[in-house]
Design a protein around this ligand. Structure first.
Ligand code: 5GP
Ligand code: ZN
Length: 128
């Protein structure tokens, strides 16, 4: 049994794009969904594989993460290798993937709801 989505963040921010995607108010192409997380294809992929993993609870960014989020962050990170290969990333070490989490304006974050970018697949990529 996983922790409820409200345990470590706000359940929903009505002004947040990714909260609207979680609520299915905005359509997205699903990669994975469980009680705690949603993964979906990035609308502007950089590479053959480019999807995002987000907590369903609204947490703005990595800047808000503290020790109380440790277990949740561990579960979120464990989803990365679990989903990467079925989505088309080649196996490690010849394949692999890039895990990116932009944080804040200077960190290049455009959507203020914590998300992991999982980027991979055969090169060349458009970016990165
Ligand atoms: P950031 O720059 O905040 O790290 O990344 C935000 C990502 O969200 C970008 O890669 C962008 O392409 C993606 N994105 C923005 N709006 C949407 C949307 O409406 N749907 C999907 N699937 N991805 C989006
Ligand atoms: Zn949100």
């Amino acid at each position: 049994m996983t922790a409820p989505a409200t345990a470590v963040g706000h359940a929903l921010d009505p002004d947040c794009l990714f909260c609207k995607i979680v609520a299915k108010q905005i359509p997205s192409r699903s990669v994975h969904e469980d009680d705690e997380f949603y993964a979906f294809h990035d609308i502007h992929p950089w590479a053959p594989v480019h999807f995002l993993i987000i907590p369903k609870a609204h947490i703005a960014s990595m800047a808000q993460i503290g020790a109380e989020h440790g277990a949740m962050m561990g579960r979120m990170m464990a989803l990365v290798p679990k989903l990467a290969t079925p989505e088309g990333c080649n196996p490690y070490p010849a394949g692999g993937f890039r895990l990116l989490y932009n944080t804040g304006d200077e960190g290049g974050q455009e959507v203020n709801h914590l998300h992991f970018h999982v980027i991979g697949g055969p090169r060349p990529w458009l970016r990165g």
